[in-house]
Write a protein that binds this ligand. Structure first.
Ligand SMILES: NC(=O)c1ccc[n+]([C@@H]2O[C@H](COP(=O)([O-])OP(=O)(O)OC[C@H]3O[C@@H](n4cnc5c(N)ncnc54)[C@H](OP(=O)(O)O)[C@@H]3O)[C@@H](O)[C@H]2O)c1
Length: 347
């Protein structure tokens, strides 16, 4: 594993809404940002990272030649904020960072618990990371608000029957990648076709329920299910993420309700609504714990959250944990409790 004694050298791969916010936080937290990587041919290729992120001092260009740029910059860790799933493209990005000898931390939702499905790329990436002595971890808003806080809550009951979550997040707090993911602006017919198609991958919350099960020490019994319902605009609403107007009657987003049963007889479920907000709507996470008879025992609600801020801040605060972890894919349930670090360097 690379030795890191001072503030880590960090590269950010994917300079969209989240990547640039992470650059700003890293800069404020005195981490050494050493490279910014963009898609080859992107109009950001060659522009100063400081100009793109709106921070002074980062006077080097964003680069589209990832492999070469990472070898030259020699980061301790690469932050990847490109897309959601561990597909061939994202595997290529992670393996480029791993082959450059860097740890990887990512917001890709599948990476929160990539072993929730039988994705062969997860096993391949795990092997590659072990061979190179580096760690690969997925984190983000889910780490604190859908996994860590909830496992602590469950730890304060003596009779656990189930855990049920409801949450909402504003698509417009993120970039176009997530807006497209949430089918914003599509018609109900398009949405039904997409939903019925075989190509739809598991929801974000599918992965987070597996991470929560692991954090609480539960074993999924293999009977996960997801119900997805569109949320329609009742009037024309502007989407900042897409830069277009969502017409009345088309999709603002959708709600996924995932349920995961466990061998211990404890059921975990979460209903996640990701859509373009109307005025006065705000993010929240709400969790209820029930006992063995189904009676509600505990309730936790986080209201008026900035999901985008907590996403990026959680990732940055995870950097020391990921650098200190064993090689391979290490999911957040195997890391220490998420915490704030005054400095990001290791002792
Ligand atoms: N875990 C969480 O809590 C959480 C929260 C928010 C977002 N996310 C994840 O983070 C991802 C990014 O979110 P965002 O809001 O920042 O989206 P975004 O603004 O659309 O940014 C995505 C960026 O990735 C770049 N990109 C695409 N393919 C690339 C490639 N092959 N190489 C280098 N860069 C590439 C895009 O560049 P172009 O513009 O050139 O295409 C874009 O700048 C989302 O897809 C989502 O999966 C996770």
């Amino acid at each position: 594993m690379p030795e890191v004694k001072e503030s880590p050298r960090v590269a950010v791969y994917g300079l969209g809404a989240m990547g640039l916010e992470i650059v700003r936080i890293l800069y404020r937290r005195h981490a050494r940002v050493v490279a910014g990587i963009v898609r080859p041919g992107s109009d950001k290729d060659g522009r100063d990272l400081g100009d793109l992120a709106g921070v002074p001092g980062l006077t080097f260009p964003a680069r589209g030649d990832a492999s070469q740029a990472l070898h030259e910059a020699a980061p301790d860790i690469v932050v990847v904020t490109v897309s959601t799933y561990l597909d061939d493209t994202q595997f290529g990005i992670f393996s480029t960072a791993v082959r450059a000898g860097a740890h990887v931390i990512t917001l890709a939702e599948e990476m929160l618990y990539p072993f929730a499905t039988d994705n062969p790329l997860a096993r391949e990436l795990d092997t590659l990371a072990r061979e190179h002595g580096v760690t690969v971890t997925g984190t983000g808003h889910q780490d604190a608000y859908w996994v860590n806080l909830i496992s602590v809550l469950a730890g304060s009951t003596h009779d656990l029957g189930g855990i049920e979550g409801r949450l909402a997040w504003n698509v417009d707090d993120f970039g176009p990648a997530l807006a497209e993911q949430q089918r914003v602006g599509t018609t109900t017919e398009d949405f039904s076709r997409w939903l019925a198609g075989t190509e739809r991958p598991p929801s974000f919350t599918h992965y987070s329920l597996y991470a929560l099960a692991a954090a609480v020490g539960l074993t999924p019994d293999g009977t996960a299910e997801c119900v997805t319902e569109p949320v329609l605009a009742e009037r024309d609403i502007h989407s900042k993420a897409l830069g277009t107007t969502v017409r009345s009657g088309t999709l603002l987003g959708y709600t996924d309700t995932d349920t995961l049963r466990t061998k211990e007889g404890i059921t975990l479920s979460v209903s996640s609504q990701g859509k373009v907000y109307d005025e006065h709507e705000t993010d929240y996470n709400e969790w209820r714990v029930t006992d063995g008879s189904g009676k509600p025992t505990l309730h936790l609600r986080n209201s008026d959250l900035s999901t985008a801020h907590t996403t990026c801040a959680s990732l940055v605060n995870r950097i020391p944990d990921v650098i200190a972890a064993r090689p391979g894919i290490v999911t957040v349930d195997q890391l220490p409790q998420l915490r704030y670090w005054t400095g990001l360097h290791l002792a």
